[in-house]
Design a protein. Structure first.
Length: 256
């Protein structure tokens, strides 16, 4: 059986995620910084990954270094620090971080083998043309309430580049779109992002069907397994769909 280093694979998939948004990885001794020369935003665009934290002092040193990088490059202040495993123990770290304006959460990576199977005949999985996709993406972000024309003009070329790596897949039932997921085929595995079911189809097993469909698509593309990132609250859903936890890491969030 193939032995997989899930920690390194998870970190690599996070790097590929930001690279798809045209961010560039810059390696430092104790972390990797993703720098985006096109926008100053933090979040997924300018971020630090794989922080090697051993104690409070190392966090102070590394977070200060990352803040300096953002200041020197005229970027927004970093809003998150992705910590390289092992995870930070909440009992030890929570009060320390809260007193410094941070919060702590745990990100869980789930994996599942790909499947050699077919969808029921009334369903199909497809990737839309770019022009159709970007119009749909515009509608989605507008419906979520954070659409601004100036913002969209900046994010549009980045999102188009993103969807060339993390391809959007739409699940259809007849003429009705049931849900969608983004999927990047990365060597022997595929990384998912944003597994979503349209509101009218929730609670009907469509989430599991979408995951089955993308696992089958991964099999056709030669991937051996599927990887995704989620939180503890969705563990029952993903486990019921055939996924298992493979690794986890801590994320320190800035409240400012």
């Amino acid at each position: 059986m193939e032995l997989i280093n899930w920690v390194k694979t998870a970190l690599s998939s996070e790097i590929e995620y930001s690279k798809a948004l045209k961010s560039q990885p810059v390696e430092y001794p104790r972390f990797i910084h993703m720098y985006n020369p096109f926008v100053p935003w933090s979040g997924d665009f300018n971020r630090a990954l794989g922080l090697k934290i051993t104690d409070f002092q190392s966090f102070e040193e590394i977070s200060a270094q990352i803040k300096n990088i953002h200041q020197e490059k005229a970027l927004e202040n970093p809003d998150r620090f992705d910590i390289y495993p092992p995870v930070l123990e909440e009992g030890q770290w929570q009060d320390y971080l809260l007193n410094r304006g941070y919060s702590l959460s745990t990100a869980i990576f789930f994996s599942a083998p790909t499947l050699d199977c077919n969808l029921p005949s009334e369903f199909k999985l497809e990737t839309p043309p770019e022009n159709q996709y970007i119009e749909w993406f515009c509608d989605v972000v507008r419906s979520r309430g954070y659409f601004e024309e100036k913002w969209f003009e900046k994010v549009k070329p980045l999102q188009l580049n993103f969807c060339r790596t993390f391809r959007p897949y739409w699940l259809w039932k007849g003429d009705n779109r049931v849900g969608w997921v983004y999927c990047a085929h990365l060597e022997s595995y595929a990384r998912l992002f944003e597994v979503e079911i349209c509101e009218a189809y929730r609670g009907q097993g469509m989430g599991k069907l979408l995951l089955q469909a993308i696992r089958a698509e991964g099999y056709k593309k030669g991937a051996k397994y599927i990887l995704l990132l989620s939180g503890e609250s969705l563990r029952p859903f993903y486990e019921s769909a055939g996924f298992q936890e493979c690794t986890r890491n801590s994320i320190v969030w800035s409240k400012s």
